[in-house]
Write a protein that binds this ligand. Structure first.
Ligand SMILES: [Zn+2]
Ligand SMILES: [Zn+2]
Length: 326
């Protein structure tokens, strides 16, 4: 099989040939049909997450076809499934036992602590493979597996907010905007000041207002979700929400949050983060996305051009989501 592997943090991914992995008990080997490129992959490549053991194959928005199964696996060969960031949980810690496996003490993360989908084949735990419909192009499903899932969990945690702000209008936002509109919410999009293309894209995705991230919204918001990894947006979002409003940080990594006056948190405003996801989130969202008519905008790249995809995402040179297609 072919992989694009990170051999040293901060260096470009390198192509390599490897023998096909053999699935162990409970595992499946997938033929990768498509794999999205997520901002978290940038954090891996750039060494912004702790304890990255190289070589590692990034990629955790995997759409694949079951090719071989290990002992005790009920999934049939040929079945299309999705694999996301949560590769495995321990099933024994206090978090796993209380329905919060997203916070598991001993998790395995796809494309971070186990090889991911920037490859032609990949191993996965069958219990963490989500059945996908076969009537959609695989590339269009890939962004649902992380941008969609994390986006969804952020939206759930934002609560019953009617007026919802979204900071950073990339892959997660373009999916969640469609869900939020389908739910009947009003949407306000915040982007980099001069990024008129992203603002136009946000309006196209149903935002009734789009503007600069340091600008006040036309009316106070009930909640705001931050997908952009920029700490300075936290005080801006706190200023944008009403009393009792909630600000949800959806990213796995964020630059430092500058100090801010207590008065913008006062009034029972809440600031929370969202970490990973549970399988329950995944099943709920993957069922809901087709009902909500979610359409993803993707830019496909051949597997061998993974570095170009990573660079384009880092530079904000694409709209929607980058997807590698082997
Ligand atoms: Zn656990
Ligand atoms: Zn991701």
């Amino acid at each position: 099989m072919k992989v694009m592997a990170l051999t040293k943090v901060g260096r470009p991914l390198e192509p390599a040939e490897r023998p096909d992995p053999v699935p162990g008990p409970g595992e499946v080997r997938l033929k990768v049909l498509a794999c999205g490129v997520c901002r978290t992959d940038l954090h891996v490549v750039d060494g912004e997450l702790p304890h990255i053991a190289t070589p590692i194959v990034p990629g955790h928005e995997i759409v694949g076809e079951v090719e071989a199964t290990g002992e005790g696996v009920a999934l049939q060969a040929g079945r299309r499934v999705g694999v996301g960031w949560l590769g495995r949980t321990c099933g024994r810690c206090a978090f796993c036992l209380s329905g919060r496996e997203n916070l598991c003490d001993a998790p395995v993360f796809t494309g971070y602590t186990r090889d991911g989908g920037f490859a032609t084949k990949v191993l996965a735990d069958a219990a963490f493979c989500y059945p996908l419909s076969e009537d959609q192009p695989p590339a269009s499903q890939a962004p649902l597996l992380c941008a969609g899932l994390i986006g969804w969990r952020s939206l759930v945690i934002a609560g019953a907010a009617e007026k919802l702000g979204i900071y950073g209008f990339g892959a997660a936002a373009h999916i969640i905007a469609q869900v939020a509109r389908w739910q009947g919410r009003r949407l306000f999009a915040f982007t980099r000041r001069d990024d008129v293309a992203a603002q136009a894209f946000a309006r196209q995705m149903g935002a009734e207002w789009a503007g600069a991230s340091d600008a006040p919204p036309p009316e106070p918001l009930d909640a705001a979700i931050l997908y952009a990894p920029a700490g300075e947006l936290v005080p801006a979002a706190l200023r944008a929400v009403r009393k009792g409003g909630r600000v949800v940080c959806g990213g796995i990594h964020m630059s430092d949050i500058p100090s801010f006056p207590y008065e913008i948190l006062w009034g029972e405003r809440e600031l929370v983060s969202v970490a990973n996801l549970t399988r329950e989130d995944a099943h709920a969202f993957l069922k809901l996305a087709p009902q909500a008519g979610v359409k993803t905008e993707v830019t496909p790249y051949p597997l061998g051009e993974a570095n170009q995809a990573v660079d384009d995402l880092r530079a904000g040179r694409l709209q929607g989501a980058a997807v590698l297609v082997p």
